[in-house]
Design a protein around this ligand. Structure first.
Ligand code: 5GP
Length: 204
């Protein structure tokens, strides 16, 4: 970077993690619906939930299809979560960052660790990560069981995984302890707006 006047900036790559039921997907979607960020649509081998749409919520793939993407080296990051595969394709994320479009990635702790340690210079300049914590473990259990999107077996697995995931929050640059929906969104948005102004984001 030179010290010339900044003329454009790169996009912010906002990597968001947190246990199921922390409210992270809602926050990411809200920011995307407001037109502030592009939501990175992941690939997954899990079955769609009621109301989920292929190409909007996820790219729902079979396991062989997913593995083909792995073999071709097309994933930016991927992980095995709650007995299913999840991954982000490279092309969409980097193309947006280069154009100055902010991208939000709603991914698990393993995927976030891969992005955090990747040696791509563009990614490192754009990267920020945030962990969304529930107000308490009891509140998380209550939110998860009230959601009604999983059967008991899957719910138990998610609860067990949630307790493991929760321990990872110190690896992140930011931690948002969830309170009210309105306040969470305000704070989430404030982080994005501040990150846009970081000197590392500018190109002259
Ligand atoms: P869900 O099945 O509830 O939609 O997502 C389960 C978990 O997978 C969540 O923690 C979510 O953030 C994570 N996840 C979603 N997409 C991706 C992805 O592309 N990569 C990784 N590593 N995790 C993902």
């Amino acid at each position: 970077m030179t010290n010339d006047f900044p003329t454009q900036r790169l996009g912010v790559l906002m990597v968001v993690s947190g246990p199921s039921g922390s409210g992270k997907t809602t926050l990411c979607r809200q920011l995307a619906d407001m037109g502030e960020v592009a939501y990175s649509i992941s690939c997954t081998t899990r079955a769609p939930r009621a109301g989920e749409v292929h190409g909007r919520d996820y790219f729902f793939l079979t396991e062989p299809e997913f593995k083909e993407h792995i073999e071709r080296g097309e994933f930016f990051e991927h992980a095995h979560v709650h007995n299913n595969y999840y991954g982000t394709l490279k092309t969409y994320v980097k193309a947006n960052l280069e154009r100055g479009v902010d991208v939000v990635m709603d991914i698990d702790i393993q995927g976030a660790a891969q992005v955090r340690t990747c040696d791509d210079e563009l990614v490192q300049r754009c990267f920020v990560d945030i962990f969304i914590l529930p107000p308490s473990v009891d509140a998380l259990k209550e939110r998860l069981s009230q959601r009604g999107t999983e059967d008991q077996e899957k719910l138990n697995l998610r609860l067990t995984n949630a307790l493991t995931e929760l321990k990872e929050w110190p690896q992140y640059q930011y931690a948002l302890i969830s309170g009210s929906r309105e306040l969470d969104l305000e704070r989430f948005k404030a982080l994005l707006f501040a990150e846009r102004m970081k000197v590392a984001r500018y190109v002259s």
